[in-house]
Write a protein that binds this ligand. Structure first.
Ligand code: ZN
Length: 57
């Protein structure tokens, strides 16, 4: 199962977005899980669908 990114880059301001309600200790999630992220700078929320990276990028 895929492991969500701990941080993603905010599309709006380039700041860091952190997952809401998920921590690294929680580990892997089901494929297709929608993970909400909150930007620490502009506080925008981004919903990211978590999926397994393709083989060979
Ligand atoms: Zn932002």
């Amino acid at each position: 199962m895929p492991l969500p990114d701990l941080e993603i880059v905010c599309v709006d301001c380039g700041g860091l977005c952190r997952p809401l309600g998920w921590f690294i200790e929680d580990g892997e999630v089901d494929e297709g899980t929608v993970m909400p992220y909150r930007c620490v700078d502009c506080l925008d929320r981004w919903d990211v669908v978590i999926s397994t990276p393709e083989d060979g990028q």
